[in-house]
Design a protein around this ligand. Sequence first.
Ligand code: GTP
Ligand code: MG
Length: 360
Amino acid sequence: MDYMPEEQERGITIMSACTTCQWGEDTINLIDTPGHVDFTIEVERSLRVLDGAVGVFCAVGGVEPQSETVWRQSEDFGVPKIAFINKIDRLGADFEAVLEAMRQRLQANAVAVTIPLGQGENFSAVLDLVNEQTLTFDQADQGQTMHRAPFTEQEAALAAPWRETLLEKLAEADDAFVDRYLEGAFTLTDVNAALRRATLARTLTPVFCGSALRNMGVQPVLDAVCSLLPSPVDVPAPVGRDAEGRDIVVEATPDAPAVALVFKVLLENGRKLAFLRMYAGRIHEGENLHNTASGKDDRLGRIYRPHADRREQLECAGAGEIVVGCRPALGPHGRDLYRPRAAAFAGEHRRLRACDHAGA
Ligand SMILES: Nc1nc2c(ncn2[C@@H]2O[C@H](COP(=O)(O)OP(=O)(O)OP(=O)(O)O)[C@@H](O)[C@H]2O)c(=O)[nH]1
Ligand SMILES: [Mg+2]
């Protein structure tokens, strides 16, 4: 998703970028944020609108200073998280050390849900501690095809202490699971339900491992995004403001009046692009939306679904989606209407902008 020439030259992410993808039955709206210290604001404005996050760590580099900053920010915003320890294929990869560093430096109750079988050049498979299965990835199709097999005796012995830690930590973190755990009468469904509750309550951080480069161990992370991280209806309803400036509780339903938050504004070839996180209702191209930060109405031109630098035009967008609203080109007559309101967007971007569904 790093599409800017400067990003490609330097090999780092500078600007956050959005995309949407399908995984099974679920739609995932994804924001990729920079990890570099100079671009913290890009992370912060994204965290404001995210329902959940995946923290990506390097199995060799471990927890970097900037990761501590971003992790703390995400805690301030109350964002439930899972973590992925990447680059297990690299020489010097140390999964356990990174897990320990997450506990020490991030004060995260990090617990492994998958562990690597071998590391560095010996990395060959991922052990799924919940399902007690070995996951292998066909390298012929770059790891897209994943196979599940029951643990061999050796793998079961390797996984046993890790699984015990997972279950113990889950029992500590989740009151509903502890009784079943002590009775020894829990099912797979109980474990998954407890993992989900503990993730949403942020009492535990499930940790996954693999190699993104080889698509090894990535599928369980996507599964976990859908099964452990919250959907828009699982998070507490945010408080916004209506056209009269009164606080309103915004329920994430498509039938309610439209409510969106502009979390980022870009000027591109004289056109102003507003990145909108939809919280309720639906918006349609050409509608007027009330901007509660300026107290004025703004016309929404076209609506796009962003895929990094590509955009797919939409007629409408609904609750839960991240879309780009595009205004017409800047011109002498449009100046007042389209001038970027720096104060409103910088200082007041934390507030919700309520929009009148009728377009008034
Ligand atoms: N060996 C190995 N290299 C990887 C793996 N995943 C990513 N890389 C390499 O690591 C480098 C950085 O990858 P990025 O995807 O840009 O990392 P990032 O976390 O998005 O970086 P920032 O956004 O700049 O913080 C690239 O050269 C990738 O090819 C992996 O699983 N194994
Ligand atoms: Mg990046």
